[in-house]
Design a binder for this molecule. Structure first.
Ligand code: HEC
Length: 178
């Protein structure tokens, strides 16, 4: 084998080596590309979905419900209230609860009734929103109240009751703006 032939063979081997190395680098780059493009988990997307479900709309707002509420239906739904409350103008409080005539926008715990300390500490007025929350779940709204009533969970029935309470006044308070 003369030196010229050796150079040809060596050159061929070197060329092949270079080609294989090049192929290796090329395929590496292909694989690492496809790795970084597709992460193997989808947790963030699921979290976003869960948050969206939790924030589902809670139904129609109170002013909209009050605008279409029926005080007559409210009167019959409020029968349960009269077992503890007197609703008559200038009526005496019952032993079981304060008089509710004119209660809309009245100061909380402001009549001649032996209120619990819990409701006396509440402060503020009986706004439509406050009444709505109290009637939904009395003990949830004022922990420690002695109003022994479980609450009305149906928003439309509550709006009917509040519309009826509103009618128990010389001049009913204006309805809240929609
Ligand atoms: C089992 C008896 C009972 C029933 C039924 C009941 N209440 Fe009461 N309610 C009370 C008592 C007792 C209080 C006083 C709460 C306190 O002192 O913590 C009260 C307080 C209230 C107050 C606050 C009045 C104020 O002067 O601050 C409102 C408003 C009210 N009730 C509305 C209602 C409505 C509306 C219903 C019917 C859906 C109802 N209650 C059913 C016993 C009752």
């Amino acid at each position: 084998m003369d030196s010229f032939e050796f150079n040809k063979i060596a050159g061929g081997v070197l060329g092949t080596l270079l080609f294989v190395m090049g192929l290796g680098i090329f395929s590496d780059s292909l694989f690492s590309r496809s790795h970084s493009e597709k992460p193997g988990y989808a947790l963030p997307a699921e979290e976003v979905h869960a948050a969206a479900t939790a924030a589902a709309p809670a139904g129609e707002p109170l002013p909209v419900l009050l605008a279409k509420a029926d005080p007559k239906k409210g009167e019959s739904n409020a029968k349960v209230c009269t077992t503890c409350h007197n609703l008559a103008k200038d009526g005496a409080p019952k032993a079981t609860g304060p008089n509710l005539y004119g209660v809309v926008e009245r100061a909380v715990a402001s009549t001649g009734y032996a209120y619990s300390d819990a409701i006396k500490a509440k402060g503020g007025n009986w706004s439509y929103e406050a009444l709505n929350q109290f009637i939904t779940n009395p003990k949830g709204y004022i922990a420690g109240t002695k109003m022994g009533y479980g609450g009305e969970k149906d928003p439309a029935k509550r709006a009917d009751i509040i519309a009826f309470l509103r009618s128990l006044a010389d001049t009913p308070a204006p309805l809240p703006a929609k």
